[in-house]
Design a protein around this ligand. Structure first.
Ligand code: PRP
Ligand code: MN
Ligand code: MG
Length: 180
């Protein structure tokens, strides 16, 4: 285990089993359609890569890079588009793929944007949900795991751009981010 991690919350095996399970649900959901899977960079990258390989239907992939934390602990309250989609959203069935919903700001911004761009349908799949963090009124359609109000990193989730490549979800030691 990485030295900066206090404890492992969700193991590599649990993540793999969950991706397979959610993939089956989404395979049924999108069977016979051609959804546009939108990965929210950078955090969603490992989850997107794993879950898409469990969805057995035709789909298109694209990426949106938005940031509201800028390496900070708290959301700045403003969502910035760093990279927009290349694909036209109008009339498409969108599957937004996220690693975590915390305040909900990122996803409420994206959902509003995609509604404005006239998506036919919008669904959200998020590996993690931190319900205690919520300030915006947004709910994922499909959630892998609820997590407590702790500083979680790994499997895409960073602190100051580190830990995204850990294969598990862990809780960061408070001394690493100067917390208690
Ligand atoms: C993190 C995380 C989610 C978002 C969740 O992304 O990956 O996208 O914050 O927080 P929210 O619900 O409070 O908006 P971040 O903006 O840090 O960018 P990153 O994915 O590149 O780390
Ligand atoms: Mn993110
Ligand atoms: Mg981040």
């Amino acid at each position: 285990m990485n030295n900066d991690i206090k404890k492992i919350l969700i193991t590599e095996e649990q993540i793999a089993a969950k991706c397979a399970e959610l993939g089956r649900t989404l395979t049924e959901e999108y069977d016979g359609r051609f959804p546009l899977a939108v990965g929210v960079l950078k955090g969603a990258l490992p989850f997107m890569s794993d879950i898409l390989r469990s969805i057995h239907t035709y789909l298109e992939m694209d990426f949106m890079d938005v940031s509201s934390y800028d390496g900070q602990m708290r959301s700045s309250g403003e969502v910035k588009i760093v990279k927009d989609l290349d694909t036209k959203v109008e009339g498409r069935d969108l599957l937004i793929i996220e690693d975590i919903i915390d305040s909900g700001l990122t996803l409420s911004y994206l959902v509003d944007l995609f509604k404005y761009r006239k998506a036919n349908s919008i669904k959200i799949v998020s590996l993690l949900d931190k319900p205690d963090g919520r300030t915006s009124h947004i709910k994922a359609d499909i959630v892998g795991f609820d997590v407590p109000n702790e500083f979680v990193v790994g499997y895409g989730l960073d602190y100051a751009e580190k830990y995204r490549n850990l294969p598990y979800i862990g809780v960061l030691k408070p001394e690493i981010y100067g917390g208690t």
